[in-house]
Design a protein around this ligand. Sequence first.
Ligand SMILES: [Zn+2]
Length: 166
Amino acid sequence: MNMQCSHCHHADTKVIESRDVADGEAIRRRRECINCQHRFTTYERIERPQLIVIKNDGTRQLFNRDKLLAGLYRACEKTSVTSLQLERLVANVEEELYGCGESEIPSAKVGELVMQRLADLNDVAYVRFASVYRRFKDIASFEHELSQIRELKSNEKSRAVKELKL
Ligand SMILES: [Zn+2]
């Protein structure tokens, strides 16, 4: 990143020293202007842009990874899914969300990204999460969801879904 001189506003400065501060969350740089040799210090904070989630009712709230993770833990109770797998899943979803370049994302999109990945991990967790996330309006939409995942999965795996008490 180039930085204008704070003294003469020349566009080019060189970095003469650079070090991490605050556990790598920020970088302190000593800079020197190539025009007037003025020296100054900048701090670059490594910060992700804020991600706004648009809920179905149109309200907006900040994306909250902890809340998402908590919901996933609930969905994965008494399944073989490990916390490491969930951490990876959330990190993966976050990467995709931040990578898409949008600052506002519909909650349905977040849900889809999570559910795609959860379906690969565990059917039971997937259906539990989907039922909470989508707040199925009626049993028909829930059954539609189930039939879709059954089509996707092998016979062996779909038996696990049938074992869910609906
Ligand atoms: Zn200067």
